[in-house]
Design a protein around this ligand. Structure first.
Ligand SMILES: Nc1ncnc2c1ncn2[C@@H]1O[C@H](COP(=O)(O)OP(=O)(O)OP(=O)(O)O)[C@@H](O)[C@H]1O
Length: 728
């Protein structure tokens, strides 16, 4: 304790102001200043006028949730801090137009309380597998509760535990109550916004939210427009509703603040009772951060329960929070109202220096990363002057704050409140139903088509590249004629066309990876599933792939001068279409495995080269070495089936004159250059194999997505690489 005392004294002397928050000069710039006239009173959890009568609050809690969200929320009280803002005791930031202006509909919130919540991660951490330790807390409807702490302190894990979205490697102990009952939160009753959400750049905000609503909600199309407009209004996005999220050549896309609000709006279309947001201010500048928080405050005032994590905030933003849960290394250093947190730090001997943001102060006091800087400063101190301002030992500060909190009235009040919230069960949250699988497939297919029609870089440019490649091959192999001597060259032309055109398909990797990322973000919120995604992606890609196959095939067919027969031409187009479908499936498979552009591209190029080598052109298939090259490579290479089918299409039934009297069949003519079957139905068998491969690859992708077997191989490789580096 002596050590703690001396550290506290040291800190007092080093800080620019040793006063407690109660003696701080009130400033209209600080949102957390108390009402005039109450400055001399100590700040405590019970101070807030709205919470004077806990029983009255409990009555509200029991009755305020469930049923029709729009009607029930009329009873939602305004949060204490909001009332402070409204009462004029706090400087209120300007609320943007549409951030909750006039006729925004109400949302019924739900109370959430957690007791003794501990989360462990199996075998992942160095010293202890406990990521969150015995956390207690609660959140009311109409309020913003923030989980704050340094990096890796367990903020996101606590948030995920509350939302019931922990990864399989995590185990949760303790209890989470929603409206007083321990039941699982059903689909649609809560929203969860990840730290980074993938949006579709080629859709406007309104379109993106509309398709998202169609994926999420049951019911008729026209009913979704209302919820989308409400979400747009609630997140202050009216000015951006018709803008493309990613922009285009002449217009910039949305900035990170707006993008973040779009990702929150996506969850709002379900009108969730509770909204969990992981780092709403992630990568936002101070203006965007304030706008985001004001918008969220408005959302909370509509009745929604907001729980989110934050690493750091400005003073203005901090003043908007209702409650704070301060974590350090999984330990709760404080839970309660934001004002009371300042008092808590002051009581523990770490008053917030004047002119310093409370959030900066809290993090400065409890972030152990500062210890390294202190060590560095101590080394420099002798030579370079005074570094006493950064002398606070965070380990000591954390121990003091934890001990002070455990024995404080604040901790006791939290337990009392949790007891009251859980003593009787309130209204159970009900699922609002999901959109049907057929609707989802239709929506995803249509959305895919729309995106493809707008993404010129990945689709239209690819089409142009295909045309250029086909023109190159066509001119290179033009004027071959139909004599026996041209057979070998024609085989080469077909091989080059199939191989290079499929290789060019790799240009579509970035767009495929984007689609997979969007699927990941939608699937984690149960807006989509593996089957629905794959079917939508498959159906959506058909028109584009068909357009590519028909345009390229026609150019190649006529420039090289293949047999003049409509049915043969149609087979050629179909065969090449199948080839592109298989290639797309293979690309999807590798992309799902790696989830990384570089590794996916590298793997695909290597695979394509190996498949070209084993396709029977460079060396006839009969002559290929049996192990590896024939079994399995020649059989798993889709090039083999496509080229064989195309050559059977071209040469079976054809007769070549040899001299004046003798003639040989097409089969005999090609036998020395490429191995084909004499059976006329063989070309259809090859087509069937290609079709089976196209579905086969997608089936593998389904298994990967459905059972999460990929686990991001590239991330694991990176981890291994880092471990190797650090062990050296
Ligand atoms: N899925 C996981 N598997 C293994 N360890 C994990 C996993 N998720 C989190 N952790 C570990 O748990 C600890 C807390 O992580 P968490 O993401 O909850 O912290 P955080 O406070 O949100 O940090 P940050 O803001 O830096 O993301 C970290 O040490 C992290 O390495």
């Amino acid at each position: 304790m002596e050590e703690i005392q001396s550290q506290s004294d040291l800190y007092r002397s080093s800080s620019s102001c040793a006063s407690s928050p109660t003696s701080r000069v009130p400033s209209s710039h600080f949102f957390y200043v108390r009402k005039p006239g109450s400055l001399r009173q100590p700040i405590s959890f019970e101070d807030s006028p709205e919470w004077d009568d806990p029983d009255a609050r409990m009555e509200y809690e029991a009755g305020g949730v469930g049923g029709d969200s729009i009607n029930d929320a009329a009873a939602t009280p305004i949060s204490p801090s909001l009332s402070k803002i409204n009462s004029g005791s706090m400087a209120s930031p300007h609320v943007p137009e549409g951030a909750g202006g006039s006729a925004v509909r109400k949302i019924a919130g739900a109370s959430i309380a957690w007791r003794d919540l501990t989360v462990t991660m199996t075998g992942k951490r160095k010293y202890s597998d406990k990521v969150v330790k015995s956390s207690n807390g609660y959140a009311f409807p109409g309020t913003m509760t923030v989980i704050m702490g340094p990096a890796k302190s367990g903020k996101s894990t606590l948030l995920r535990a509350l939302a019931g979205r922990l990864p399989p490697s995590a185990k949760m102990y303790g209890e989470v109550f929603v409206n007083g009952s321990k039941s699982h939160m059903p689909y649609g009753s809560y929203g969860y916004v990840e730290r980074e959400t993938e949006l579709i750049g080629s859709l406007t905000v309104r379109e993106f939210l509309y398709y998202s609503a169609l994926l999420q909600l049951p019911g008729f199309l026209f009913q979704k427009r209302g919820v989308v407009e409400d979400a747009i209004q609630a997140m202050s996005l009216s000015d951006y509703a018709n803008k493309l999220i990613g922009g285009h050549c002449y217009m910039k896309g949305l900035r990170s603040g707006e993008r973040r609000r779009v990702s929150i709006a996506r969850e709002l279309v379900m009108r969730p009772h509770i909204l969990f947001i992981d780092e709403p201010l992630y990568h936002l500048d101070s203006v965007s951060a304030l706008l985001m928080m004001v918008t969220l405050k408005k959302l909370a005032s509509m009745g929604c329960t907001l729980v989110f994590t934050i690493y750091q905030s400005s003073t203005e933003v901090f003043g908007l929070f209702d409650r704070i849960c301060l974590l350090s290394n999984g330990n709760t250093l404080f839970f309660g109202e934001t004002l009371a947190c300042l008092q808590h730090f002051s009581n523990a001997g770490f008053p917030c220096p004047i002119m310093q943001s409370p959030s900066d102060h809290f993090l400065r006091a409890i972030n152990t990363d500062f210890d390294r800087i202190i060590a560095m400063c101590k080394k420099w101190q002798d030579d370079n002057g005074d570094f006493s301002a950064v002398n606070m030992d965070t380990a000591v500060a954390i121990r003091t704050l934890e001990a002070t909190y455990k024995s404080s009235e604040d901790a006791a009040s939290v337990e009392t409140m949790i007891f009251k919230l859980t003593e009787r069960e309130g209204t159970q949250l009900k699922s609002k139903g999901k959109a049907g699988a057929a609707t989802r497939v239709a929506v995803l297919t249509w959305r895919s088509l729309l995106v493809m029609s707008r993404e010129w870089k990945y689709y239209w440019l690819r089409l142009i590249l295909y045309m250029i490649l086909t023109l190159c091959i066509g001119t290179l192999y033009s004027g071959l004629g139909h004599s026996l001597s041209s057979v070998a060259t024609r085989v080469s032309a077909v091989f080059v066309f199939v191989s290079f055109a499929s290789l060019l398909g790799i240009a579509g990797i970035p767009s495929l990876l984007k689609e997979i990322k969007i699927y990941g973000s939608e699937a984690s919120n149960q807006h989509s599933g593996a089957f629905v995604f794959l079917l939508g992606q498959f159906l959506g890609s058909i028109p584009f792939l068909f357009l590519m196959s028909i345009s390229s095939s026609l150019v190649f067919y006529f420039m090289v001068g293949l047999r003049d027969d409509f049915s043969l031409l149609m087979y050629f187009v179909l065969n090449f279409f199948m080839c592109l479908l298989v290639n797309e499936g293979l690309m999807l498979f590798i992309a799902c495995l790696w989830r990384d552009v570089y590794w996916t591209t590298l793997t695909l190029i290597s695979l394509h080269v190996i498949m070209m080598l084993s396709a029977g052109h460079f060396r006839i298939r009969n002559a290929l070495p049996k192990p590896v090259w024939t079994y399995p490579l020649a059989y798993i290479s889709f090039h083999t089936y496509s080229i064989e089918g195309l050559l059977e299409n071209e040469y079976l039934g054809e007769v070549f004159a040899v001299g004046e009297v003798r003639s040989i069949s097409g089969y005999e003519a090609i036998r020395g250059d490429y191995q084909i079957s004499p059976d006329t139905s063989s070309k259809w068998r090859n087509m069937l194999v290609l079709l089976a491969m196209a579905f086969g690859y997608r089936l593998i992708v389904y298994v990967l997505l459905r059972f999460g077997l990929n686990k991001n191989v590239s991330a694991r490789l990176l981890l291994c690489h880092r471990k190797n580096n650090s062990s050296r």
